[in-house]
Write a protein that binds this ligand. Structure first.
Ligand code: MN
Ligand code: MN
Length: 460
C-alpha cells in the first residue's frame, strides 16, 4: 500500500546489467564526440544514417514518403529532428521525445585576442547558467568554425586529444587572497576575468604586442586565418576532460554536458531501434535551451513545424486543418535532466519530492518558480498514460521537482510544444552538480531513461 522508490541496482537481473554496461560505455563514447551542439548533430546524423535514416532533402527530391521510412532534418548544423514514419496518418498525432544539445560554456567574443604583460589571452562571454569560479584552473578545449577572407571554412578543435595543448583561466593564489576571500562566491571571478591564456612566447624584435603577434603567426601558419576572421567566427570553450567512470563500484559517470546530452543520447538510442511504428515517432534535438530556447535553432523557431509540414505534404497532402490536428494530437516527453538529491546539500531539496540517484528516470509534472511560474503543468490523464507505458516497458521511474519551494527553479522546452495543444510532460535523468563543468549521473539512471523513452515510443 505504501509507495517507495525502487533502487535500480536491486531491481534488475543479470541480463539487463550487461545491457546497462554496454549502454554506459557507448554513452561515454557519444559524450566524448559531442562536446558542442555542432559536434553532437554530426554524431547523431552519423548514427542515424547508419541506422537507415535519410536526409529530408533527398526524400523531398524523390517526392514520396511511406510508412516505416526513416528521415532526418538538420537545422543550421545545430539542431536535428529524426522521424520514423508511422502507418497511421500524421493527423493521429506523433510521439515526440525532445531534448537539447547545448550546454553551459564559454563562447569567444568577436574581437577576442589581446596581450597583457607578455601573456596572450582570448576573451570569452559565458553562455547559459554557470558559476564563474567553476571555470578557473581546469583544462579547457576550444571548438569552432571560422571562415577566412578567401571563403574557406576552417573547423577548429584543440585540446581534446592527449597530445594537444589545452587552455587555462587563472585565479589568485591563496597566499594573497585575504581580500578576495571576503567576496561572495558569485563575485570571486567576474565575467570579464574569464580570459583564457593562449600563449607567452614573444615574437623577436617586435615592440608592440609581441606575444599576440606570435600567436597570430601560429594561427596563420596552422589554420590560414587572420585576426579579422574572428569577427565572424563561432568558438566555444568547453572542459577538455573525457567522460569517466566514478566510484569504487564504477556506478556513476562524470562528464561535461550530461544536461542535456544524456537525454539526447538515450532518446537517440530509443528511436534508432524503432521499426514500423503505428504513430510517427520523432526524436527532436534542439539548441539554445540554456538561454531560453530562442533564435533560429532553438525550440521557439518554426523549424519543427516546417519539417512536419514538408513530411505531411509528401505523405498525401497537408492543409491547415490536418497540420493543426497532427500537432494537437501529438504526445511529448520533454526530455531534460532534473536534479538528483545531493546528501551534501539536503537543505535545498525536499526529500519526498526530489529524484534520488540510482532510482530511475524522473517524471516532472511541473517545473517553474514562485508558484509554478512559467511551468507546463501536465494533467493527470496524460501522466497516467505515461505511467502505464513505462510500466508496460518495465522502466524504473520516479517523480521529482526542482528543489524546495522558492529556492530557485528552472524551465525546459515543455511549454513551447504545449502551445500547439500537445500533451507534454518533462522526463529525464537525475543529475548531481548540474551546470558544473563536470556533472554526475548514475549509470542505472541513464539505462532507465533509455528504457523509459523506448517504452514511450512503443506504448503511447
Ligand atoms: Mn537542460
Ligand atoms: Mn540546463
Amino acid at each position: 500500500m505504501e509507495y517507495k522508490r525502487k533502487n535500480v541496482w536491486l531491481n534488475i537481473d543479470q541480463g539487463k546489467i550487461d545491457e546497462l554496461e554496454s549502454l554506459s560505455t557507448d554513452y561515454m563514447d557519444f559524450m566524448n564526440k559531442s562536446k558542442t551542439e555542432r559536434l553532437a548533430v554530426k554524431e547523431i546524423v552519423r548514427r542515424a544514417e547508419e541506422a537507415g535514416f535519410r536526409n529530408i532533402d533527398e526524400v523531398i527530391a524523390e517526392g514520396k514518403l511511406e510508412a516505416g521510412d526513416k528521415v532526418y532534418a538538420i537545422n543550421r548544423q545545430k539542431a536535428v529532428a529524426l522521424f520514423v514514419i508511422g502507418s497511421e496518418d500524421f493527423e493521429a498525432g506523433m510521439s515526440i521525445v525532445g531534448s537539447h544539445l547545448d550546454s553551459p560554456r564559454l563562447d569567444l567574443k568577436t574581437v577576442p585576442l589581446y596581450e597583457s604583460k607578455d601573456i596572450a589571452y582570448l576573451k570569452t562571454h559565458y553562455y547559459g547558467g554557470i558559476k564563474k569560479y567553476h571555470w578557473i584552473n581546469i583544462p579547457l578545449a576550444l571548438h569552432g568554425v571560422i571562415y577566412n577572407k578567401g571563403g574557406e571554412k576552417i573547423e577548429v578543435s584543440i585540446g581534446e586529444e592527449a597530445d594537444e595543448p589545452v587552455f587555462f583561466i587563472s585565479e589568485l593564489l591563496v597566499h594573497l587572497s585575504k581580500d578576495l576571500n571576503q567576496k561572495k562566491a558569485a563575485e570571486v571571478i567576474e565575467g570579464e576575468q574569464l580570459n583564457i591564456m593562449v600563449g607567452s612566447i614573444p615574437l623577436e624584435d617586435e615592440k608592440d604586442n609581441p606575444v599576440k603577434k606570435n600567436i597570430l603567426n601560429i594561427l596563420k601558419e596552422k589554420y590560414n586565418i587572420e585576426e579579422e576572421d574572428f569577427l565572424t567566427a563561432e568558438f566555444e570553450v568547453v572542459p577538455a576532460d573525457k567522460a569517466r567512470l566514478v566510484g569504487l563500484d564504477s556506478s556513476m559517470i562524470m562528464a561535461y554536458g550530461h544536461d542535456d546530452k544524456v537525454c539526447a543520447y538515450t532518446s537517440l538510442r530509443a528511436i534508432l531501434e524503432s521499426e514500423n511504428p503505428k504513430k510517427t515517432l520523432v526524436g527532436l534535438f534542439v539548441d539554445k535551451e540554456e538561454i531560453g530556447s530562442v533564435g533560429a535553432t532553438g525550440m521557439s523557431s518554426q523549424f519543427f513545424e516546417n519539417t512536419v509540414i514538408e513530411l505531411m505534404n509528401l505523405r498525401g497532402g497537408v492543409d491547415l486543418v490536418s497540420f493543426k490536428r497532427a500537432m494537437k494530437n501529438s504526445k511529448v516527453l520533454s526530455a531534460d535532466v532534473t536534479l538528483a538529491e545531493d546528501p551534501n546539500f539536503l537543505e535545498a531539496t525536499e526529500e519526498n519530492n526530489t529524484a534520488k540517484l540510482g532510482h530511475g528516470v524522473c517524471l516532472t509534472k511541473y517545473t517553474g518558480s514562485r508558484g509554478k511560474g512559467g511551468s507546463n503543468d501536465a494533467d493527470a490523464e496524460f501522466l497516467q498514460e505515461v505511467r502505464l507505458a513505462f510500466d508496460k516497458g518495465e522502466a524504473i521511474w520516479q517523480t521529482g521537482e526542482l528543489g524546495k519551494i522558492d529556492q530557485g527553479g528552472g524551465g525546459t522546452i515543455a511549454y513551447i510544444l504545449a502551445e500547439y495543444g500537445m500533451q507534454v510532460v518533462d522526463c529525464g535523468t537525475p543529475v548531481i552538480s548540474m551546470h558544473a563543468p563536470l556533472e554526475l549521473v548514475s549509470k542505472a539512471d541513464v539505462y532507465e531513461t533509455y528504457r523509459a523513452y523506448k517504452s514511450f515510443y512503443e506504448n503511447i
